[in-house]
Design a protein around this ligand. Structure first.
Ligand SMILES: [Cu+2]
Length: 482
């Protein structure tokens, strides 16, 4: 029914237009063609002049009115080191194209007005003019050369990769329909290897778990980066073309499946500093949510963002991520809160090639307290050491970390090498003692594990008096000596 009505309306509209055309024709014939033409020229040329003024004024005034919302103006100065050169390039281009815009816009309507039909005027026949052609070839050529040379120079600076000895953070961004997956290298500072054939639901990036560098990589929900530190972003895509776009940092690079790209930039303003900048402009001192006039203002809720700038499908709009630029201390604190994807989602599952095996990082974590305490005591002179009471000189170690499940024999080479460093630390600080404990509930296993470690330490030259076990301090039924 709606379609039928639409067709009917369309048909009637066509008839109306045709009828108006006929009436105009008829009127023309009655008044004489020439008169009608003259009247039409009169109005069109004058209305063209009005449009010229109104359009030019609207363009310029709206640019001024909205300038504090545009990148590169007002509070939106680039928040990265290279960003100012990109802004400069845009400003120079705007300058030249602005001049051309104003001149051609005025000329277009002025000519239509000035050369409207006049029966007493004859057009000049001008087939060719060398001088004119030289001018309109050379002037644009010079302007284009300036723009291209300047742009090329800026491009080369912006796209320079990191040097071999440079200090930088490398992160990775993978675009997929419809989200960005961000990966940080973890403590080792190295992103682990990937293979697209390993991509599964539980391994969205196809990380190769036998590569040690992968084990501490983590995938945060937001991008957090320290201010004034060079960042290299590896950019890839998992399905179709995406585009890694950080507007406030003037970073924009295609994410291409199968062809890794990169971008290097240095953020120069923290999120907090950018907000303070916005606060100076009245446009941003209004409630962020118009329905909640007492809520936070626009500048307060500002966040840098990562967007996808490639129309990649119907969920394209949802490819947004918050980017936070923070101080060094805040960054370190944030890093401490992150946990590795492998440890959280892969460790001891069917996908874990190390299931049932010990990992040196896990053992190191278990003896962290001992290592910290050693570091503290080793830095003191012997005199101050004597003043510390006995309790503080004894550090406890959970021996379970040295054994695979259900095992009580020391055989893992990572476990042995860490025990060796414990022996050397104990030999280094004579005042230090160690207390061995286990959390296993199997009494036999508990006893055997502690004995194994104790014997290993003793065989490494540590006096048995310096090794405390729960059984030696408490009055429990377990034997204390072998
Ligand atoms: Cu996308």
């Amino acid at each position: 029914m709606t379609i039928l009505l639409s067709i009917l309306i369309l048909a009637l509209l066509v008839i109306v237009v045709v009828q108006i055309g006929k009436v105009t024709e008829l009127a023309g014939a009655i008044r004489g063609e020439e008169d009608a033409q003259r009247e039409s020229d009169y109005w069109n040329s004058r209305l063209g002049m009005v449009f010229m003024v109104v359009f030019l004024a609207a363009t310029i005034l709206s640019a001024f009115y909205y300038k504090n919302w545009m990148l590169g103006f007002g509070p939106h100065e680039a928040a990265s080191e290279h960003g100012s050169s990109v802004d400069m390039m845009f400003a120079i281009t705007l300058f030249f194209t602005g001049i051309v815009f104003v001149i051609t816009h005025i000329a277009l309507f002025w000519f239509a007005y000035k050369y409207r039909y006049n029966p007493n005027r004859k057009a000049i026949f001008n087939a060719h003019d060398n001088r004119l052609e030289i001018i309109w070839t050379i002037v644009p050529a010079i302007v284009m050369t300036i723009l291209v040379v300047y742009g090329l120079d800026a491009w080369n600076t912006v796209m320079a990769d990191v040097g071999p000895d440079e200090d930088y953070i490398e992160i990775e961004a993978t675009g997929m329909q419809f989200a960005w997956m961000i990966r940080y290298p973890g403590e080792d500072g190295e992103l682990g290897a990937r293979d697209y054939r390993r991509i599964t639901g539980s391994n969205p990036l196809g990380q190769i778990w036998t590569d040690d560098a992968n084990l501490d990589d983590f995938q945060p929900t937001d991008i957090v980066l320290p201010v004034d530190k060079k960042v290299r972003v590896r950019i890839t895509a998992r399905d179709v073309l995406h585009n890694f776009y950080l507007p406030h940092f003037r970073v924009k690079m295609d994410a291409v499946p199968g062809m890794p790209t990169y971008f290097v930039f240095t953020p120069t303003k923290t999120t907090e500093e950018y907000r303070e900048e916005l606060k100076k402009y009245s446009e941003y001192r209004v409630p962020a949510d118009p329905e909640d006039p007492n809520g936070p203002e626009k500048w307060e809720v500002f966040d840098y963002e990562l967007a996808c700038a490639e129309l990649c499908g119907n969920g394209h709009f949802s490819m947004r991520k918050v980017v936070r630029i923070v101080t060094d201390e805040e960054y370190e604190a944030w890093l401490d809160e992150q946990s590795s994807y492998y440890m959280g989602s892969i460790r001891n599952t069917d996908d874990d090639p190390f299931a049932g095996q010990l990992l040196s990082s896990e053992i190191e974590m278990a003896v962290q307290g001992f290592m910290d305490s050693y570091g503290f005591l080793a830095s003191m002179d012997s005199e101050s050491l004597t003043e510390i009471d006995d309790e503080m000189l004894t550090e406890s170690i959970n021996v379970d970390a040295f054994f695979t499940p259900e095992d009580d024999q020391l055989s893992d080479k990572n476990a042995l090498s860490i025990l060796d460093s414990i022996i050397s630390n104990l030999s280094d600080v004579d005042a230090m003692n160690v207390s061995l404990d286990s959390e296993t509930e199997n009494q036999q296993l508990y006893y055997n594990r502690i004995e194994s470690v104790k014997n290993y330490l003793v065989s490494g030259g540590i006096s048995i008096d310096r090794i405390k076990t729960k059984s030696s301090s408490d009055d429990e039924e377990e034997p204390t000596e072998i």
